[in-house]
Write a protein that binds this ligand. Structure first.
Ligand code: PRT
Ligand code: ZN
Length: 296
């Protein structure tokens, strides 16, 4: 059996808004992706993983048909393909924390509406007809859905539709086209998907190793390491300011018997107001540091 048969095969978007995030994720996992222009396949045989580069639209099918074991796509795409019978052969392993966006209904900035019911009787242009139709029927709205595969944001200007239902991240594209976001239909981010049937024992073991690394990176991104000096009798108040922080490490500070150096992993966001609260209970020498990897 060649190495490529035993490698875990993962489908990634070749170029586009998911591609950079995927490359960065695997780089952080210590897995090399060497890719030159026009190349459709590359492997890190040391880890035992092969990458197949494709259009994002083809990735769910590649995984469902077992051409690839894993893939990375946006949740929006999976939701749109929800009814495709072959796709009941895939399952989502985990969200990956990048390519965040929303699928939203937008309309002319100068004619805002505040109630979804007012969409009734209108024409809405979108590349996501299935998700939009579900949203409309959940809200008991009858509207005409026009399918467009690109430049959806131009539809109101050129008179094709009254509203659009499209992906939004920064909102700059809507603003440039005189549109404003009206109703959020769904949120989305990149997710790791796999084929449902059990992989070979060897591939399941590779997948386990990969997931340990990905989890380590995602957890690390969500957590911060905080060090501070604090009066020993104030340590019990930390839990209120930094919820989720368990068992801080307490170290003696030479020459200051009433104070300690406290090290703690904060599981929730550490904002300026968090630091102000820490100062409020007398903390000093506060350091907030990113965590590179976190394996529990
Ligand atoms: O060629 P291929 O078929 O692989 O790519 P594609 O052109 O179909 O997809 P691509 O690369 O545009 O998007 C891939 C995935 O990235 C989407 O399915 C989403 O899951 C995710 N994603 C995240 C986005 C955006 N953010 C996003 N902003 N996809 C598209 N956009 C569009 C948006 O519709 C707008 O037109 O980008 C434009 C700029 O957005 P603003 O709001 O930042 O101006
Ligand atoms: Zn696409």
């Amino acid at each position: 059996m060649s190495k490529n048969d035993t490698n875990l095969r993962i489908a990634l978007q070749r170029s586009g808004r998911l591609a950079d995030g995927c490359l960065e994720l695997f780089k952080q996992c210590g897995i090399k992706i060497r890719i030159s222009k026009n190349q459709l396949l590359t492997a890190d045989d040391e880890f035992g993983i092969s990458f197949i580069f494709a259009r994002d639209d083809d990735i769910p099918g590649l995984v469902a048909n077992q051409v690839c074991d894993l893939g990375i796509v946006g949740q929006n795409l999976l939701a749109e393909y929800n009814e495709r019978p072959d796709l009941n052969q895939i399952e989502t392993i985990m969200p990956l924390g990048f390519a965040h966006c929303k699928l939203s209904i937008a309309g002319a900035k100068n004619n805002p509406i505040d109630n979804v019911a007012k969409l009734a009787g209108s024409t809405i242009a979108t590349s996501y007809p299935n998700i939009l139709n579900i949203f409309l029927s959940q809200n008991n709205i009858t509207a005409r859905v026009v399918i467009m595969h690109g430049s959806v944001e131009l539809a109101p200007q050129i008179g094709i539709a009254d509203y659009i239902c499209d992906l939004v991240s920064s909102g700059a594209t809507l603003a440039e086209n005189g549109l404003s976001e009206l109703f959020k239909v769904m949120s989305s981010e990149a997710v790791l998907i796999r084929q449902k049937p059990q992989l070979s024992a060897h591939k399941e073991q590779l997948l386990g190793r990969l997931l340990l690394r990905i989890n380590g990176i995602i957890k690390a991104g969500q957590n911060k390491y905080i060090m501070m000096h604090l009066d020993k009798n104030k340590i019990s108040q930390l839990a209120k300011i930094l919820p989720g922080c368990e068992s801080p490490t307490i170290l003696d500070l030479q020459g200051y018997p009433d104070k300690a150096a406290v090290h703690v992993v904060a599981k929730e966001g550490v904002f300026w107001h968090t630091i102000e609260q820490l100062k409020g209970i007398g903390a000093s020498s506060i350091l907030v540091m990113p965590i590179e990897k976190m394996v529990l």
